[in-house]
Write a new protein. Structure first.
Length: 260
């Protein structure tokens, strides 16, 4: 997509060598999200250059994302652009459409790069789930997370439930989702939802330092490591150690080729 096409749906993509920064750029509505934005996010994921090693996702202004744009729940909104438009579809077609929306989030888990959510202010609903789609969440001390879907009679459906359980455990994830309560920055770090919290004025520098550390190893190292870690919880030890040694052989060969 061109910069103009991305701007039309409230997104900005900046490429600087191995680092891609995706910015939700609708500050007038606190970076509220739309189906058109989710489809564009999926396209960004499918067209990133192969040499990108870190993806930073952030929001323009003081709020990461206030979640779904409530206009998308208005029956008068163009059915192709609205969530209410799903009601006109069969269950099967509506599910397929949501699957398209989810792809705007799932690409952030690809092993070829590390994704970082840089969060200031509110990350609500779809905003919370976008942050959860990233490998790491580095937040300002004013950050707050809330899964508001239950308050609307809905469930989180943008791929946020699995990572939430993985990070905080089933019981706490259930409590956070069912009550729709707010989780502040300090608690987010304490329960494993965020990796670190910083004063807002220091957040950009902190994320910059993290990005520099992530791109410092030779290409391929972090990708292999991420792939090993992503599936570790679902494997037995024999399978995991097999994958470790196979990955290590590839790394030995890559290092040797670089030195020759």
């Amino acid at each position: 997509m061109t910069p103009e096409e991305l701007a039309a749906v409230g997104l900005r993509l900046d490429l600087a060598g191995p680092v891609a920064t995706v910015t939700l750029d609708r500050p007038a509505v606190r970076n509220a999200q739309t189906p058109a934005m989710w489809l564009a996010l999926a396209e960004i994921g499918g067209t990133l250059p192969d040499d990108v090693r870190v993806v930073v996702v952030t929001g323009e202004g003081p709020t990461f994302s206030a979640g779904l744009d409530r206009a998308m729940l208005d029956p008068s909104t163009d059915a192709r652009e609205s969530v209410v438009g799903l009601l006109a579809l069969s269950d099967q077609d509506a599910s397929a459409r949501v699957d398209e929306f989810q792809r705007g989030f799932t690409w952030l888990r690809e092993p070829r790069f590390v994704s970082i959510a840089k969060v200031r202010g509110h990350a609500v609903g779809a905003g919370f789930q976008l942050a959860l789609a990233c490998d790491l969440r580095v937040v300002a001390d004013d950050a707050s997370f809330s899964m508001k879907e239950s308050a609307l009679g809905l469930v989180p459906d943008l791929t946020g439930t699995k990572p939430l359980v993985e990070h905080v455990g089933y019981a706490r994830a259930l409590e956070i989702c069912a009550t729709a309560r707010t989780v502040g920055a300090e608690e987010a770090v304490r329960i494993g939802l965020a990796t670190a919290a910083y004063p807002s004025a220091d957040l950009d520098a902190a994320v910059g330092d993290l990005v520099a550390a992530l791109v410092a190893p030779m290409p391929g190292v972090v990708t292999e490591t991420k792939r090993l870690l992503q599936g570790a919880a679902g494997r037995d030890l024999d399978e995991q150690r097999r994958l470790e040694r196979e990955a290590q052989v590839r790394r030995f060969r890559a290092v040797a080729a670089a030195l020759s």
